[in-house]
Design a protein around this ligand. Structure first.
Ligand SMILES: [Zn+2]
Length: 448
C-alpha cells in the first residue's frame, strides 16, 4: 500500500486506488526564462521517482507537467535581449530546450503531456468566462479579470492560513480596483494589440489560471495527485484550488505533495536571492547521476543544506553501486514487475520504504546494508539492479575511473591475494577477492 504525506490534511494518507486503475498526476512546471537550478532538479527528480513507483505498482499514470511560457519574467527578459517584449516566446523556446536536456541528463522520464500555456489561450479564456458567469470572478475597469476571494470561504486551507490573517498581511495595490486585496489576477489587461485578444480586451493570462485549465484539459476536473515545490503552496496552489473548486467543487486534488527547499547557509536556494547553482554548472563538476543520487539521498520533504563536500561524499557511494552491479546484465526492455520485487527479500524491503511516503534515504539504507551479502547471493543482484535503474532512475553506468587512494587495509588484502595466487592457493585468493568486493573494490586480473 502506498501512503503519502498530504499537505492538505497534514497527515500521511493512502493513495486508495486499485492497482491497474488510472492515476492522474499534475506537477507544476518551470517558467523558462533562465537555466534550471538545483531546486528544479530536486522537484522533478522527486516526482520522477513517484511516477516510476506508481508505474511499478501497476497504475496507469497520466502525468502532466506544464511550461509557463508567458510570464512577467519572460517578458522582461525578452525586452532586455531583443528590445521587444513580444519576443518572449524566443526566450521560452531557448530555455525549454535547455531544460529538456537537463531532464535527460538527470534521467527523468518525460511526462505523458507537457503543455505550453500559449497553446491553450482559448481554453484559458473560456475557463475565466465560466468563473465570471459563476460569480467567482469580475472584470475590473482596465479589462483585467480578478478572482473574488470573498466567494471562497475556505481560502487558505492548503497553507493553513485564515482569511482574516491573510488580509492583515496583504499588500494593498493602489493602482488596481480589486474588491479585496487578496483577489488575484486571472487575466492581466494590456494596451490594445498586445499579446492576446479576449472578451475583456487585450491581455495575457495570470500565472495561476493555467494549471487549473491544463489539469482540466489533460487530466479532468478532479485529479489524484498534485505536486510541486513547497514554495508553491501559497499562493499558487491555494489559488489553483480556488479556481478549480470554484467551478467543479471540491476536491481539486486528493493528494497534495510538496518537496522541501534546498538551502545554502540556511537560506532558500532561489534565483531571486542569487544563491543558486544551475544544473548545467553542477554537471560540469559532477556526473548528473551523482546529482540525482545526492538529491534522493535526502527525504523529499526535508530541507537540504547544500554543500559540495556532501556531493563529493555521495559520489563515492554512487560509484560503489556502479562497481557492485557492473557485472550484472539483462535485457533492458524487460520491465521490472512488483512480483519480482516482493519475491526478493532485499527489494521487498526497499520498495516498502518507497511506499512509505517516498522514503528514499531509508531505501538506500536497506540497500547498503545488503551490499556486503550480495557476493554470495549473486542471483539477487539482477532484481536489485533493475530496481535501481527502473524505479530510482540510476543509470549505474560506471563513473570514469579516478585516482583512488588505497587504504593500508586494501593494499594489504591485495598483497595477500597476490601471494596466495603465486603459491596457487586459489581458495584463499578467491576469498580475498570476495572480501575486497565487499569493501567495494572489484579486482580484475589481466594477463601480462
Ligand atoms: Zn501550478
Amino acid at each position: 500500500m502506498l501512503t503519502f504525506s498530504n499537505t492538505l490534511s497534514g497527515k500521511q494518507e493512502p493513495l486508495n486506488a486499485r492497482p491497474g486503475s488510472e492515476i492522474t498526476m499534475y506537477v507544476c512546471g518551470i517558467t523558462p526564462y533562465d537555466y534550471a537550478h538545483l531546486g528544479h532538479g530536486r522537484v522533478y527528480t522527486t516526482f520522477d521517482v513517484l511516477y516510476r513507483l506508481l508505474t511499478l505498482s501497476g497504475y496507469q499514470v497520466k502525468y502532466c507537467r506544464n511550461y509557463t511560457d508567458i510570464d512577467d519574467k519572460l517578458i522582461a527578459k525578452a525586452e532586455k535581449i531583443y528590445g521587444d517584449k513580444k519576443q518572449f516566446i524566443q526566450v521560452a523556446n531557448q530555455y525549454i530546450q535547455a531544460y529538456e536536456q537537463d531532464m535527460v541528463q538527470l534521467n527523468c522520464l518525460e511526462p505523458g503531456v507537457q503543455p505550453r500555456v500559449t497553446d491553450h489561450i482559448d481554453q484559458i479564456i473560456s475557463f475565466i468566462a465560466q468563473l465570471i458567469d459563476a460569480g467567482k470572478a469580475y472584470v475590473a475597469r482596465d479589462g483585467s479579470v480578478y478572482y473574488s476571494i470573498d466567494t471562497c470561504p475556505d481560502y487558505g486551507k492548503l497553507s493553513k492560513q485564515k482569511l482574516d490573517e491573510l488580509l492583515v498581511g496583504a499588500r494593498v495595490e493602489v493602482d488596481t480596483d480589486k474588491k479585496n486585496p487578496l483577489d488575484f489576477a486571472l487575466w492581466k489587461a494590456e494596451p490594445a494589440g498586445n499579446f492576446y485578444k479576449s472578451p475583456w480586451g487585450y491581455g495575457r493570462p495570470g500565472w495561476h489560471i493555467e494549471c487549473s485549465v491544463l489539469a482540466r484539459t489533460y487530466l479532468g476536473e478532479h485529479i489524484d495527485i498534485h505536486a510541486g515545490g513547497a514554495d508553491l503552496i501559497f499562493p499558487h496552489h491555494e489559488n489553483e484550488i480556488a479556481q478549480s473548486e470554484g467551478l467543479f467543487g471540491a476536491p481539486f486534488a486528493r493528494l497534495w505533495l510538496h518537496n522541501g527547499f534546498i538551502q545554502i547557509n540556511k537560506e532558500k536556494m532561489s534565483k531571486s536571492l542569487g544563491n543558486f547553482f544551475t544544473l548545467r554548472d553542477l554537471f560540469e563538476q559532477f556526473d548528473p547521476m551523482v546529482i540525482r543520487y545526492y538529491l534522493l539521498s535526502h527525504h523529499y520533504k526535508s530541507p537540504v543544506e547544500f554543500a559540495f563536500d556532501d556531493v563529493r561524499a555521495v559520489a563515492k557511494s554512487y560509484a560503489r553501486l556502479c562497481r557492485t552491479f557492473a557485472d550484472v546484465s539483462f535485457d533492458h526492455s524487460e520491465p521490472l514487475t512488483m512480483d519480482e520485487v516482493t519475491m526478493d527479500p532485499v527489494t521487498d524491503r526497499m520498495v516498502k520504504f518507497l511506499a512509505d511516503d517516498l522514503n528514499t534515504p531509508g531505501m538506500l539504507g536497506v540497500l547498503f546494508e545488503a551490499l556486503p551479502t550480495l557476493y554470495t547471493y549473486q542471483h539477487r543482484k539482477k532484481t536489485i539492479k533493475k530496481f535501481l535503474q527502473q524505479v530510482m532512475g540510476f543509470s549505474l553506468v560506471p563513473l570514469p575511473v579516478q585516482e583512488v587512494e588505497l587504504t593500508p587495509e586494501i593494499t594489504e588484502l591485495i598483497m595477500l591475494r597476490e601471494q596466495a595466487r603465486t603459491r596457487k592457493d586459489w581458495k584463499t585468493a578467491d576469498e580475498l577477492r570476495d572480501r575486497l568486493s565487499l569493501l567495494g573494490y572489484n579486482i580484475h586480473d589481466k594477463k601480462v
